[in-house]
Ligand binder design. Structure first.
Ligand code: GDP
Ligand code: IMO
Ligand code: MG
Length: 424
């Protein structure tokens, strides 16, 4: 390390949880820097499957400290549920889990507005996780947000909450099936949360700076992925935060030069949950086969994930925008048994060829992926631990990806378990 950053290089669910858990073995601090409980990061340890939504994926390593950074939006109920779940499973959080007092809070009205907006957006329907993420970030940008630290100034909190309820209830009252909210109930409830959150609250920027200054090994954990980034993703079909390397700076307070290494995580194919462009999506038998073999159902909402071939155009773009130093390639095992494997290397419309991910959705129209096809392999690879023991066609596939994307694949994951991994 000392400061490493792990980000998703696709549309989320790349297997970041597994990779971060692995790298956390050598980390003193793991810091989540953006998003909220729209994320679902899965870690498999033996027969146990742990899905974390807010708590950083380093928490299973008993000496690693975990920080929820200033860029995260926090639903206190989910935070408590996760702590209870971890504690019941024998994982301690006391003294090693910290929550930024600058983190903005998600209120029940954010969730309600997210739900209502989703059903109201027509062609711009995003398929959000309905966790209130977008509305909470909207209030942050509007400078109406309530941060954890703001709960401790009770008068100011009361005034802000009244302002919110005037605005939100006026909107919700007009809608036939929407819920409205009462001041007293929410005020008391959130003051109760403030008490329970107090032992976790900290000035995370100071904590992280002190850690980095003292030479501690710090791992920054991204949620979602490059193509869901509010600025660089497939807008408007994105989430409401900067999910990529830029978010690691604004979501922690570390300066750009503090990042020693950025690792992007990508599946050996592509998936996406929710609406929006997906150039290499396979709607027929191939997509279904990947979905079944890869068990591609959302870790947060259980929704089936859309599936298709790997899109090297998208990953090259992610490497450039995120300054990725290396890639972790996950779920290579899922491709065992495919007779042929495809990778999109460009998009083509008539004579026009694109090799950079388009900035505006409309540009996608009429473009088709240009595929390079590779022979598959029939062997199961989920027990392989050395790169040279992979079938030659799998090695050929990885070598081609490194060449066409232009970055080293330094980790190859061949199954959900901790030991199903090849470090190179
Ligand atoms: P994240 O959001 O990026 O952390 O990814 P998710 O946890 O939402 O989804 C990744 C899924 O793939 C989880 O169910 C993981 O247990 C699983 N997984 C991770 N790596 C591998 C792998 O190499 N092979 C297989 N078969 N499954 C994997
Ligand atoms: P992890 O961290 C995959 C998607 C939603 C929707 C869009 C906006 O597990 O990779 P939001 O609720 O954020 O307003 O939804 O973003 N989305 C994710 N897709 N993985 C995630 O997180 C996601 N978080 C949000 O499906 O399309
Ligand atoms: Mg996920």
């Amino acid at each position: 390390m000392p400061v490493e950053c792990v980000v998703g290089a696709q549309w989320g669910d790349e297997g970041k949880g597994k990779i971060i858990d692995l790298l956390s073995r050598d980390a003193d601090y793991v810091v989540r820097f953006q998003g909220g409980n729209n994320a679902g990061h899965t870690i498999r340890v033996g027969n146990d499957q742990i899905v974390l939504h807010l708590v950083p994926s380093g928490i299973l390593h008993p000496t690693t400290r975990c920080v929820v950074g200033n860029g995260v939006v926090v639903d206190p109920e989910v935070f408590f549920e996760e702590i209870d779940f971890l504690n019941q499973g024998g994982v301690s959080t006391e003294g090693r889990l910290f929550l930024s007092d600058r983190a903005h809070l998600i209120f029940p009205f954010h969730r309600e507005i997210d739900r209502i907006m989703e059903s109201d957006r027509g062609v711009r329907s995003i398929g959000t996780t309905k966790r209130g993420i977008g509305p909470a970030y909207a209030d942050k940008a509007k400078r109406w947000g309530v941060r954890l630290g703001d709960l401790y100034d009770e008068d100011m909190f009361a005034a802000t909450l009244r302002m919110h309820l005037d605005e939100k209830n006026a909107l919700l009252e007009k809608l036939p099936d929407a819920q409205t909210f009462k001041f007293e109930e929410l005020y008391e409830r959130f003051l109760g949360y403030a008490k329970r959150l107090a032992p976790y609250a900290c000035d995370s920027v100071a904590v992280i700076h002190e850690a980095a200054r003292s030479g501690a090994r710090v791992l920054l954990e991204g949620a979602q992925g490059a193509l869901l980034d509010l600025d660089f993703g497939t807008y408007p079909f994105v989430t409401s935060s900067n999910t990529f390397t830029g978010g690691a700076i604004t979501g922690t307070g570390l300066p750009p030069k503090a990042l020693d290494r950025v690792i992007g995580v990508t599946k050996a194919y592509t998936t996406r949950v929710g609406e929006g462009p997906f150039p290499t999506e396979e709607l027929g038998e191939v997509g279904e086969r990947i979905q079944v073999a890869g068990n591609e159902f959302g870790a947060t909402t259980g929704r089936p994930r859309r599936c298709g071939w790997l899109d090297a155009v998208a990953i090259r773009y992610a490497v450039a925008v995120g300054g990725l130093d290396a890639l972790a390639l996950t779920k290579l095992d899922v491709l065992s048994g495919f007779q042929e494997i495809k990778v999109a290397v460009a998009y083509q419309r008539g004579e026009e060829r694109l090799s950079w991910y388009p900035s505006v959705i409309d540009t996608h129209k009429g473009f088709e992926p240009v595929y390079q096809t590779f022979p598959g392999w029939s062997e199961k690879i989920d027990a392989v631990t050395k790169f040279e023991d992979l079938p030659p066609n799998a090695v050929g596939y990885i070598s081609f990806l490194e060449e066409t994307i232009g970055v080293k694949i330094s980790i190859v994951s061949v199954g959900p378990e901790r030991d199903q991994v090849i470090f190179r």
